[in-house]
Design a protein around this ligand. Structure first.
Ligand code: ADE
Ligand code: ZN
Length: 325
């Protein structure tokens, strides 16, 4: 599985930070965030709400463009080890300069420099999706969307929303999504992870997204599954994340195989790999064990993922050649 070229479309940059990296930054800054780690140095959380709190506490150790530059290098090196050749990563101006457009540009510059270096060193290409955070509210999402619109281009290619799906509704974020769309950004939204089929329907209808983060609970309504398949809406599925957070008891009970069988365009990602003790290689291994997915299936999924990527045509063509290796 290591050698198969992979495309990952759903990865939270801060959520991919190795715990030892965050612990090191906290030590440098004399910051006490020991509560986010267990006795073995892994992230410790009880449930999804607690996960979000721990995520934000761990992120408080990232305080400068230089910290984010180091983070991007560490994360891309790790992804490349799993055979990832193209990664779309969620970036949050909320955590990078508090949604101030000037500060955000400095963070972005540092991240792009790191991405260029990782591309030279490890042959992995990164593109950014700016993400607002649902439980921070729609006012802050507007500010995030302005940062996104001002830096949209060949590298910032998308806009999305993460955070607590149980708070607020997609329609509250319509202004932010309209602003991002008008700036040329492609759209995705977390839905159907903690909310059921209606949450997916609302995101598609109210935000006009072309991809859904997770979306797996669409399986609870087969008419919706058919609609997703017909409209070609892509699901960024993160099976290991769903299993670790307790949405499904194991990979065998996960709906990814059934969604794929019913014609929905599914892709495979890790979400927040160290939090969920996963990597892209582990996701592939578990899918092979649970559903007997073979090399041909994984190659088809990688191609489907690249087709759903938000990058430009030249980048897609270049990465497409790597997938044929
Ligand atoms: N932010 C980071 N990981 C997330 C997830 N799985 N769901 C919603 N928001 C997130
Ligand atoms: Zn996510």
């Amino acid at each position: 599985m290591d050698g198969l070229p992979k495309v990952e479309l759903h990865l939270h940059l801060e959520g991919a930070a190795p715990p030892a990296f965050i612990a090191g930054l906290a030590r440098e800054k004399h910051l006490d965030i020991s509560g986010v780690f267990d006795e073995r140095g892994n992230y410790r959380y009880r449930d999804f709400r607690d996960f979000l709190k721990v995520y934000e506490a761990a992120t408080s150790a990232l305080q400068s463009p230089r910290d984010y530059q180091r983070l991007v290098l560490a994360v891309l090196e790790e992804s490349a080890k799993s055979g990832v050749v193209y990664s779309e990563t969620f970036l949050s101006p909320d955590f990078c300069g508090g949604r101030d457009p000037g500060a955000w540009r400095e963070y972005l510059h540092a991240m792009r420099e790191a991405a260029d270096q990782a591309e030279r060193d490890h042959g992995i290409t990164l593109r950014g999706i700016i993400t607002c955070i649902r439980h921070f509210g729609s006012e802050k999402a507007r500010e995030t969307a302005i940062c996104a619109a001002e830096t949209a281009g060949d590298w910032i290619v998308g806009f999305g929303i993460a955070g607590d799906e149980k708070i607020g509704a997609p329609r509250d974020f319509r202004w932010a999504f309209d602003c991002a769309r008008e700036a040329g950004l492609r759209l995705t939204a977390h839905a159907g992870e903690w909310g059921g089929p209606d949450s997916v329907r609302d995101a598609v209808r109210d935000l006009a997204v072309e991809r859904i983060g997770h979306g797996v609970r669409a399986i609870e309504d087969l008419a919706l599954v058919d609609e997703l398949a017909e409209r070609g809406i892509v699901l960024e599925v993160c099976p290991g994340s769903n299993v670790t957070l307790g949405i499904y008891p194991g990979f065998k009970a996960h709906p990814i195989n059934e969604l794929d069988r019913r014609g929905v365009k599914v892709t495979v990602s890790t979400d927040d790999p160290p939090f969920f003790h996963t990597t892209m290689v582990r996701e592939y291994e578990e899918l092979h064990r649970a559903f007997d997915w073979d090399e041909a299936q994984f190659r088809r999924i990688a191609r489907q993922s690249l087709d759903a990527a938000f990058c430009d045509a030249d980048t897609r063509a270049r990465i497409g050649k790597l997938l044929e290796a």
